[in-house]
Write a protein that binds this ligand. Structure first.
Ligand code: GLV
Ligand code: MN
Ligand code: MN
Length: 432
């Protein structure tokens, strides 16, 4: 199987050629929900799946690409839909996302799509079928970039698609419904609701993902078994002050919205530093219609707050929001905040996690366990079925959400071997 790593590296490049115009010109990768680059990426993934030998490859109502490799005894191997599968043949679901952050890396999300595609190609080459259906879902949206609807794609599978998202507009005023319809999707809630999976039909969900941090790199370890995914909250905040003349308004008489937002950002940093494992980030800040000679009257900014446990995350969020209000009132400005995402911490299912541990051991690697600071589609699937993740070491000290994100071909091969070992483990020791 030594060529699987090479295939994954080549496939990653194949997907990375589709980027949005402004970014493509600079040779940067940006692939956000339902843009032309995103739709081309989806087409390329479908080709990869068809080339690999999946029995069914389709696009669902939110743009997920769903490939199924049927079990030897599946009632549906002759072509009927997933919903028709008999109760006796269960399904293992895997997958990850193919959208990216702006100027992101080639492996975040995509690696967790390409590894299982390589596994199916390998099973087809060996003329082997599993005793369970293997469903690979390539999630169309995880990063929450174009719309404030993080995890909308995996959320559709867990019944968490928020109907109000369809009317949400992107920065150009295009609603999600129109974006869906322009992409050839129904843009219709009734179709989206049908995507909800019945957990009874599933063995569980597994996801392979680049670690996106330095732990495996620093430890000289190729693969990591995830024990839990940190809890998170995202919010969009608005500070309203008074726009006024930058030359004539004395420093003591200003209601500067940007300075309040800046002080709130520094306070959030200080508060997160008080905890073991908490993080708080202001990733976006804008002064709409601002001018060089006008005191900012309005400032919009994002807040991303995470912690290993829900309680710790809740305390972090509550403290930051309360202190933001006091900063705002001391500065004579108004602070408003709208929560746009809340995800609970997702501890791995111990039995599935142990399968990853055995799989990693069986490919001659040490079993190293770590938790995930990044959010993943597995967090959504966690709400309806057992889940466990495998991390793959990132190079360049594990940097991610950055074009310097990289993995090695050798690690991609090892990860594919470990994934195959996991499939075998479920085959030889079915869940009781
Ligand atoms: C997803 O990449 C996240 O923000 O953790
Ligand atoms: Mn990401
Ligand atoms: Mn990701």
């Amino acid at each position: 199987m030594s060529s699987n790593g090479q295939k994954i590296m080549e496939w990653s490049e194949r997907l990375a050629q589709y980027s949005e115009p402004h970014w493509a010109e600079k040779n940067q990768l940006t692939c956000t929900y339902l843009t032309p680059a995103h739709l081309q990426t989806a087409r390329e993934i479908k080709s990869l799946m068809n080339e690999a030998g999946f029995d069914e490859v389709s696009t669902d109502a939110v743009g997920n690409i769903v490939g199924v490799y049927r079990a030897a005894s599946s009632s549906s191997s002759s072509g009927s839909s997933i919903a028709d599968a008999t109760a006796t043949v269960k399904t293992l679901m895997t997958g990850s996302h193919y959208d990216t952050v702006r100027n992101g890396g080639k492996y975040d999300g995509r690696l967790g799509i390409l590894i299982p595609i390589a596994c199916v190609a390998e099973l087809v080459r060996q003329q082997r079928r599993l005793s369970y259906d293997f469903e690979v879902v390539c999630f169309s949206e995880e990063e929450g970039q174009r719309f404030r609807a993080t995890f909308l794609a995996s959320g559709a599978l867990t019944g968490d698609f928020d109907p109000s998202w369809l009317d949400q507009q992107d920065a150009e005023g295009v609603t999600m419904r129109s974006a869906m319809q322009a992409a050839g999707l129904p843009g219709d809630l009734t179709e989206i609701i049908k995507l909800k999976r019945d957990p009874e039909k599933y063995i569980g969900f597994v996801e392979a993902h680049i670690e996106q941090g330095p732990v495996l790199f620093e430890g000289g370890i190729a693969l990591g078994v995830v024990t839990s995914i940190n809890a998170g909250v995202r919010a969009i905040c608005k500070v309203t002050g008074t726009a006024a003349h930058a030359g004539t308004t004395p420093m003591t008489m200003r209601e500067d919205a940007l300075l309040a937002a800046a002080e709130i950002s520094l306070m959030a940093e200080k508060r997160a530093l008080q905890d073991e494992g908490s993080v708080a980030t202001v990733g976006q800040m804008q002064v709409p219609g601002g001018s060089i000679n006008v005191i900012p009257g309005e400032c919009l900014f994002s807040l991303d707050m995470r912690a290993p446990f829900d309680g710790q995350r809740d305390a972090l969020v509550a403290d930051i929001l309360a202190q933001a209000q006091s900063i705002a009132s001391r500065r004579g400005v108004k602070f408003e905040c709208t929560e746009t995402m809340r995800a609970s911490a997702a501890p791995s299912n111990l039995k599935l996690q142990e399968r990853w541990e055995r799989a990693v051991k069986s490919v001659g690697q040490p079993v190293f366990k770590l938790n995930s600071g990044a959010g993943h589609d597995a967090m959504k699937l966690h709400t309806i079925m057992p889940q466990a993740m495998l991390f793959v070491r990132g190079g360049n000290r594990g940097i991610s959400h950055n074009p310097m994100e990289i993995i090695s071909q050798e690690d991609a091969t090892l990860a594919t071997q470990a994934f195959m070992a996991l499939l075998d483990d479920i085959e030889t020791h079915p869940f009781s």
